[in-house]
Design a protein around this ligand. Structure first.
Ligand code: PMP
Length: 304
């Protein structure tokens, strides 16, 4: 992102300020010890409704509260939801956007400080990733997922992304687009920034929340949509070699939405192209997030 692409405003500690004025201390434990929890949300512009819908706000902010509770960051003041919506309105977006909400220990302190809490919200234009249509190639990483009893992946804390970064760097160096990370037991956990589904014999399968994954809101959404569509679904451990047997597979998360997986370890998934069920779920997901499916309107928060 170039300087010109940066948004005009951000929320800093509850106030909307010019983006360039949103600064924190260089000795803040949020930076020095990565005591920082965050959320990434998407807003979808619906041209027909002339409306911007933010997807599953309550679920994202609840997860932030949970992350803060686990790593003992004090709760920020006021309603983050109202602050976020006020910021989006002030920036005036009429396109798809991405919002990052983050809470951290600010100022100057030690590793176990619980405050002062600082928080910031940034939103920017962000369209669909090209990988949504194209698909991507994945390779199993030699790095193992950090464990729930070490640096819990269940919480969305920036410290966990060191593990993701190592796996992502290795994948890139090996000529893959992204990594599959196994947990300590050798089962599939997730990718560096998203969860995984495979399909075998027509049944969609995703690892459980105990496999070393972030409790992804997109994964949860897809589980509901798959059940609603009457497709077979199993939530269970996935072995590495099952990746090679998959007829279809995809990667999911707020940012990437649903990215078809074309190969694992250079072994093609199915025909090596995005599969029909993946396409069907992409279409369903798109209708849901843009407010074109009345059954799921309660997941959307209109901005204007
Ligand atoms: N796992 C990890 C490690 C992630 O970073 C993300 C996305 N931020 C996800 C899964 C997907 O989570 P969500 O669907 O809530 O965006």
């Amino acid at each position: 992102m170039t300087r010109q692409d940066r948004p005009p405003f951000a929320v800093l500690d509850g106030r909307i300020v010019p983006y360039d004025e949103a600064k924190i201390s260089i000795m803040a434990p949020g930076l020095t010890f990565a005591v920082l929890a965050f959320e990434g949300l998407r807003g979808y512009w619906n041209a027909e409704d002339e409306q911007l819908y933010v997807f599953r706000v309550a679920e994202h902010l609840d997860r932030l509260t949970f992350s803060n509770a686990v790593i003992e960051i004090d709760e920020p003041e006021g309603s983050l939801s109202e602050q976020m919506l006020a910021l989006i309105r002030k920036c005036g977006f009429r396109e798809d956007i991405y919002v990052r909400v983050q809470t951290y220990i600010d100022d100057w302190g030690d590793m176990t400080a619980s405050g002062p809490v600082g928080w910031s919200i940034v939103c920017r234009e962000r369209g669909r990733v090209p990988a949504f249509a194209e698909g991507r190639h994945f390779g199993v990483s030699s790095w193992r997922r950090n464990a729930d009893d070490a640096s819990p992946p269940r919480i969305k804390a920036s410290a966990n992304y060191l593990n993701s970064r190592l796996a992502g760097l290795e994948a890139k160096r090996s000529g893959y687009d992204a990594a599959v990370i196994l947990n300590r037991d050798g089962s599939v956990s997730e990718g560096p920034g998203g969860c995984l589904f495979i399909m075998r014999d027509g049944c969609l399968i995703t690892p459980p929340v105990t496999a070393g994954i972030l409790e992804s809101i997109t994964r949860r959404t897809l589980i509901d949509l798959i059940r609603e569509a009457g497709l077979d679904l199993e939530v269970r451990d996935v072995g590495r070699t099952e990746l090679y047997l998959a007829e279809e597979a995809f990667y999911c998360g707020t940012g990437q939405e649903i990215v078809p997986i074309l190969s694992f370890d250079r072994k093609p998934v199915g025909a090596g192209e995005p599969g029909p069920e993946t396409h069907r779920l992409q279409a369903l997901y798109d209708a849901v997030v843009r407010g074109r499916d009345a059954r799921f309107r309660h997941w959307l928060t209109p901005v204007y």
